[in-house]
Ligand binder design. Structure first.
Ligand SMILES: NC(=O)c1ccc[n+]([C@@H]2O[C@H](COP(=O)([O-])OP(=O)(O)OC[C@H]3O[C@@H](n4cnc5c(N)ncnc54)[C@H](OP(=O)(O)O)[C@@H]3O)[C@@H](O)[C@H]2O)c1
Length: 292
């Protein structure tokens, strides 16, 4: 049994190990939601650089203040479209879908790359504020407002994006690319796994990612039932050096803290190579499946 599992793992790894230099999505229309900075911005960059015929739509709350996106727009003016989208405002999600429909008529790839873990004075999974431990390391400090905010941004927003982009993904499938299906990939986190929860803490973030997993899995079942040409997966990027992980990097060994470039290269390889039978699965950056 153990050797069978090892064989499965090595096959899974091999299946996802090809390089991103020639994406099967080349020629397609991709959307990256949560693209202002961090992992999302890196996805936009690599999709443009490794996909010389592809178009990318990057969405974020404040397009005018994302210097990273503005820089990419200077370089890839014809193939990058930047749209405003705030996950807490469903009308902005609908407006993006309309804009994409008018400009391209379809979508082949949707990446939900946004997320919140900590916001000083608002969402505090493990912060010491003025010598007072006001954190989610203990149940006593749990606050309704933190739970609701994490759920709204990390679970409700991304599934509403999938809902509004669904018709465009259904039309798109693999059209114009070397793939036979469209792909929806949402960035979750290993801490969202209930089976993997041995440490506790981070209640709001953990639970919001668990909810995102369940909502995405449920969508994947509906896509399969309706025979829509869409594969829907969840991804854990590893611990990546971004603003999100900065306050928690102290105890992370150097070789376990990935660059954005490395993590996104690995995840793009998974996205580019997923098959219909991967629909509804939760993968880590190295292609290993994570238990729910
Ligand atoms: N970094 C890690 O180690 C790590 C580990 C596991 C999972 N992840 C997951 O990976 C994803 C990306 O994380 P990251 O490290 O790139 O984080 P990041 O650098 O903090 O970027 C977060 C992104 O989410 C956007 N965002 C926040 N609230 C939003 C809202 N209401 N509407 C639209 N966009 C919003 C931010 O936009 P603004 O610029 O407008 O704030 C920003 O683009 C997240 O889902 C995170 O949970 C990260």
């Amino acid at each position: 049994m153990a050797s069978q599992s090892l064989r499965f793992l090595s096959l899974t790894r091999r299946a996802f190990s090809s390089s991103t230099s020639a994406l099967k999505f080349n020629g397609g229309v991709s959307m990256v939601q949560g693209a202002s900075r961090g992992i999302g911005l890196q996805f936009v960059k690599q999709l443009l650089e490794n996909n010389d015929r592809g178009h990318v739509i990057a969405t974020c709350r404040n397009p005018n203040s994302s210097t990273g996106l503005i820089h990419l727009k200077d370089k890839f003016a014809d193939r990058l479209k930047i749209l405003p989208l705030d996950l807490t405002d469903e009308t902005s999600i609908e407006a993006s879908a309309l804009s994409i429909k008018d400009a391209y008529g379809h979508l082949n790839l949707l990446i939900n790359a946004s997320g919140i873990l900590s916001i000083p004075e608002v969402l505090q999974p493990a912060y010491y504020v003025s010598y007072i431990c006001n954190t989610e390391t203990t149940l006593n400090k749990l606050e309704k407002s933190s739970l609701m905010l994490a759920y709204e941004v990390n679970a409700v927003g991304p599934i509403l994006v999938i809902k509004h982009m669904w018709p465009l993904l259904k039309i798109g499938g693999g059209f114009g690319t070397e793939r036979s299906t469209a792909v929806v990939a949402s960035l979750s986190a290993r801490v969202g796994s209930i089976g993997d929860n041995h440490l506790g803490g981070w209640h709001s973030y953990r639970a919001s990612k668990t909810a995102l997993n369940q909502l995405s899995k449920t969508a994947s079942v509906e896509f399969a039932r309706k025979k829509d040409p869409i594969v829907c997966i969840l991804l854990h990027p590893g611990t990546v050096d971004t603003d999100l992980s900065k306050p928690f990097q102290k105890n992370v060994p150097k070789d376990k803290l990935f660059t954005k470039e490395f993590s996104v290269q690995k995840m793009l390889s998974i996205i580019d190579n997923v098959k219909v039978h991967d629909n509804g699965k939760f993968f880590a950056w190295d292609g290993q499946e994570i238990p729910w």
